[in-house]
Design a binder for this molecule. Sequence first.
Ligand code: COA
Length: 163
Amino acid sequence: MVERHAMYPGTFDPVTLGHQDILERALALFDRVTVAVAAGGKTPLFSLRERVELCQQAWAHLDRHEVVSFAGLLVDELRRRRTCAVIRGIRSSADYEHELSMVGVNRLLLPGSEFVFLLARPELAAIRSSLVKEVARFGGDVSRLVPPVVVPILVKRLAKDRP
Ligand code: COA
């Protein structure tokens, strides 16, 4: 039987409980999931290596997945790893609009690529990495927003910025 291998890409700066929910649900649908941490884009708080390590540590209890980094186009990574689908989480209509154009361009670049969207659970739909960082920067409790392993590292990293 052909293995159903999906890719879950993102910047994960840092990984949140929302991301974790999407990965857990993707693992229920696919035989294997490669979490692909993107190098480029906005200036991240955590380095690429740190983001990969935080995902690996946060998800050490989950099997059938691996965490890798990539630079360049998502479609090239899909080709390289021969995945059959891309997993993305959708939290709002704004996410949906954003994903529509990403899917459109990706499918022009790699015809036949498939995208599977998982709706965020309502209690996790408000979480986004930038808000997590803002809460931590001002000394708020992030324990219901990010996996336990991320909490002390995030607090330490942002403590120096605290007013
Ligand atoms: N729960 C909680 N937060 C979530 C989430 C979920 N289920 N899904 C996304 N988020 C948050 C992220 O934390 C991030 O928050 P922030 O903006 O506050 O930092 C935000 O939503 C964006 O998420 P991210 O997954 O990083 O999406 P992105 O739109 O930046 O896309 C890639 C990331 C890697 C998929 C995209 O940049 C990419 O494909 N890069 C490769 C280059 C490429 O091929 N470009 C052409 C694309 S057409």
